[in-house]
Design a protein around this ligand. Structure first.
Ligand code: ARG
Length: 268
């Protein structure tokens, strides 16, 4: 199943839909933004609502059709499966500072370098850093350095599909999903799950709320004891989106915190 995912091409929107089931595929890079969903109570991540301008100022949309979060003002934390490898790379554009991607105040900065998690092979270790050409003047998102807060309710946000096979979104959507423990998540996914590297979240009984294609790389976060946002996950994969019994799977940020810190230092 993991090797299968690696066969997917990032540019095929048709493939994204047809192979959505276990896909790590980001949203189609060139998909036109969906029409203005404001006024509709039905669109929405899956099962979410529109985020306010400035509500999640660390959120970044990446041009290959993924999400990300500002780890530093000039470094975006995203998913390994959203990038092609490590090295110099000026092909990615990060859009930040806006909930509406078409807002004229959007800040757009190109990448200079990419660092994909060392040893990434499609199973676990789904994190990467993107160095930006210049700093973005927005707050960063602190990452969890231990597993103390890897529980409770989490916030998810992104411009990805609002349903399986759905369109990428113009407006940032947000939702809340409860933590799902490893044993329970293992029942859903068996050996596809890499428990130490991955943390699951979703409404097991009912489904209906989840991240989806194009949300990959974006953060899953919660408040810490001081009331500050803390990143506990990175959108990685799931079987379909928002299906009952099939939680979303996220990279477990606390597991990689030391590696991320080190890698960010090396990016300069
Ligand atoms: N791999 C997808 C992407 O690239 C994210 C899928 C998340 N799926 C889920 N059911 N939570 O956007």
């Amino acid at each position: 199943m993991r090797t299968y995912r690696k066969l997917l091409t990032r540019s095929s929107a048709v493939g994204a839909v047809a192979l959505a089931a276990f896909s790590l595929q980001p949203g189609a890079a060139h998909a036109a933004p969906a029409p203005d969903p404001s006024g509709s109570v039905h669109t929405k991540v899956v099962g979410g609502t529109k985020a306010d301008q400035g509500e999640f100022p660390f959120m970044v949309r990446l041009s290959m059709g993924c999400g990300g979060a500002l780890y530093a003002k000039d470094i975006v934390l995203t998913a390994a499966h959203c990038v092609d490898g490590s090295g110099a790379n000026t092909s990615i554009t990060a859009t930040a500072g806006v909930a509406d991607l078409e807002d004229s105040h959007a800040v757009k900065v190109n990448s200079t370098k990419v660092l994909q998690a060392p040893g990434y092979n499609g199973k676990g270790k789904d994190w990467a850093l993107i160095k930006l050409a210049k700093p973005i003047d927005q707050p960063t998102l602190k990452i969890a350095e231990n597993d103390k807060l890897n529980n409770g309710d989490f916030t998810i946000a992104g411009w990805g599909a609002d349903k399986e096979g759905g369109d990428q979104q113009r407006y940032l959507l947000k939702a809340t999903v409860p933590f799902v423990d490893d044993a329970t998540c293992k029942k859903a996914y068996g050996d596809q799950l890499t428990p130490g590297d991955e943390i699951c979240a979703g409404k097991l009984d009912t489904g209906g709320v989840d991240t989806c294609q194009g949300d990959s790389g974006g953060p899953m976060f919660r408040k810490d004891d001081g009331g500050q946002w803390l990143q506990v996950g990175i959108v990685s994969w799931g079987e379909g989106c928002a299906r009952p019994g099939k939680p979303g799977v996220y990279s477990e940020v606390s597991t990689f915190a030391a590696n991320i810190k080190k890698a960010a230092g090396e990016l300069g």
